[in-house]
Design a protein around this ligand. Structure first.
Ligand code: GLY
Length: 554
């Protein structure tokens, strides 16, 4: 028996200890901010289902995690109901009607900072409409009951955590340029301290109207009128008509298989689902897992799959309502075989030899993901964002919420490298009404027809690789969900040709990879995964230790 146990320990290649997830039987919420997680658990306890709880968490994060939680941004919700139905709600921002291809270029054709900072950087926000549709279609509780906790957190205030207070002070650089943001989030320079009660009276009034009057207030009512007026007075593009015309798009989730697991994931305009399925397809036919978690050989194979996908992403991904995204061709078994066949088992392939045209889009780290599951077996994964931390840094006058800078997820100048060294492509050029390409990839893993795990992360392009790695950690290396989330991460995106590795990787491993031809760049943290796993009747929740988040259930 002892020998058997020892063999098992070696085979799974896990550390001798395991980090423990939070376990509960009836419901589980994982989000990046404890007050918001608590709101979700209370909604479940009050008889709401996972969709109700997700809607309430999304609204609460707009109050308690203002760098990414939002009313003024957009995102994706992936739902799998206990009865087997699935849905993908695309409530991402759209380019305003007045947007145009070269709107961020100066008279010399150089890209300006207007796509990232200020009123002109915002796409038409989708969050309120998206959450409203989710509640109408799949929720059980009345809308007002889902909005009220967020309205109360804003108007009565809550104790700021260390990480949120520090984030507002430092991460919000740029907010001081905009008087309304400076007043609301920076208290005109008398920064909020950890533990202080943070009251957002304007936001409380906005949420109160949304609770009483519904999403209509945001898109056609007083909120819409004030937002459009503010935009007009400051040279922004969003009009009352843009707000009124905003629609959440219901799309078919993308599905695939990996080692007997069914994967339900994000379709375009997310690039993430195609990426996850292509990379898993490439890896499934290799022996990478035998080398063990964290080994240079495993990192090498996974990185080569990443390199190929990100090359494809550059050329072929965009808004499917505007460009033809060849999803089937990118996931074609013959094509996947070709990619796999091109991987040298020993050596890194220089990215210059991996062919694709140009890279489309980049996203910043400041997005957020939350996962919810209920006792009935409904599961929800939401990733939403303002794009950059605190978005465009503009707070809508008198309304209390920040506006996104999602227009920067388009290619402001197709064909030219952006500030991250990524080259942007034609498929993702700006057009009125178009949705910018995204990397957000809320994902559900299924086993034998039942949910196995639900997960997602912020992190711009690294989102896709974070989700890939956490899934592999659970499936290939049998890690529990907390170990899978904690495990050190790495990222490669074809261009620039460098392998980004968290400091958790040993210098020896880095050395082995360098000898294989990689240029390694060390980083502190990659992503903030929020995951739930279903395990023998238990819901196991894992917040990411890289974040200030929590998992809680009942
Ligand atoms: N702005 C982050 C993303 O959509 O990927």
């Amino acid at each position: 028996m002892r020998r058997l146990l020892l063999l098992f320990a070696i085979a799974t290649a896990l550390p001798v200890w395991s980090a423990q997830p939070v376990r509960a039987k009836n419901g589980m919420v994982v989000s990046v901010e404890p007050h918001a997680t608590e709101v979700g658990v209370k909604i479940l306890q009050a008889g709401g289902n996972a969709v109700d709880a997700a809607v309430a968490v999304g609204l609460a994060l707009a109050v308690t995690h203002p760098s990414a939680g939002n009313l003024g941004g957009g995102g994706f919700m992936l739902v799998r109901l206990a009865d087997g139905r699935t849905a993908f709600l695309d409530f991402r921002e759209r380019a305003p009607a007045a947007a145009s291809r070269n709107m961020y270029l100066d008279s010399n054709g150089k890209a300006t900072q207007d796509s990232t900072l200020g009123y002109r950087a915002s796409g038409v926000p989708g969050t309120v409409r998206g959450l409203d549709l989710a509640s109408q279609k799949f929720g059980k509780l009345p809308w007002a009951q889902l909005v009220r906790p967020a309205a109360d957190l804003a108007s009565k205030g809550y104790a700021l955590s260390y990480s949120e207070a520090n984030s507002m002070r430092g991460g919000g650089r740029g907010m001081e340029r905009f008087p309304e943001s400076k007043r609301v989030f920076l208290r005109d320079g008398k920064y909020y301290e950890p533990g202080e009660t943070f009251i957002q009276a304007d936001l409380g009034r906005t949420l109160d109207r949304i609770a009483r009057l519904g999403a209509k207030d945001f898109y056609e009512g007083e909120t819409a009128t004030l937002l459009a007026k503010d935009m007009q007075e400051h040279g922004g593009l969003i009009t009352l008509a843009d707000l009124k015309n905003y629609k959440t798009i219901e799309r078919q989730p993308l599905t695939g298989k990996y080692r007997g697991y069914d994967i339900i994931t994000a379709p375009p305009p997310s690039s993430g689902g195609v990426g996850i399925l292509q990379m898993l397809g490439v890896l499934e036919g290799t022996d990478f897992a035998k080398a063990g978690a964290g080994s240079a050989t495993a990192v090498h194979y996974i990185t080569e799959a990443m390199r190929h996908f990100f090359a494809d992403r550059s050329e072929h991904l965009g808004d499917p309502d505007f460009v033809k995204v060849p999803v089937t061709a990118l996931l074609e078994p013959k094509y996947i075989l070709k990619i796999r066949g091109s991987i040298d088992p020993e050596k890194a392939t220089p990215s210059s030899q991996v062919h694709a045209a140009v890279f489309t889009g980049h996203e910043s780290n400041e997005t957020t993901h939350f996962s919810v599951a209920d006792a009935q077996g409904n599961v929800v994964a939401v990733t939403y964002t303002l794009n950059g931390g605190y978005g465009s840094k503009v707070t809508a006058t008198g309304l209390g919420f920040l506006l996104n800078n999602e227009m920067d997820d388009f290619a402001p100048k197709p064909g030219e490298a952006n500030m991250y060294g990524l080259i942007q492509g034609e498929f993702n050029a700006i057009q009125p009404g178009k949705t910018p390409l995204s990397s957000m990839v809320p994902t559900i893993l299924m086993r034998d027809g039942k949910p196995f795990a639900v997960l997602g992360s912020p992190g711009g392009p690294t989102i896709i690789n974070t989700v890939l790695e956490v899934a592999i950690n659970m499936i290939d290396w049998n890690m529990n969900v907390q170990d899978a989330v904690n495990w050190p991460r790495f990222h490669h995106q074809w261009m620039p040709d460098q392998l980004q590795m968290e400091n958790g990787y040993s210098p020896d491993t880095v050395d082995l990879l360098t000898k294989r031809g990689y240029t390694v760049r060390r980083v502190g943290a990659q992503g903030e995964c929020a995951a739930i796993r279903f395990n023998n009747g238990w819901l196991e929740g894992a917040a990411d230790p890289r974040s200030g988040g929590t998992a809680a259930g009942y």
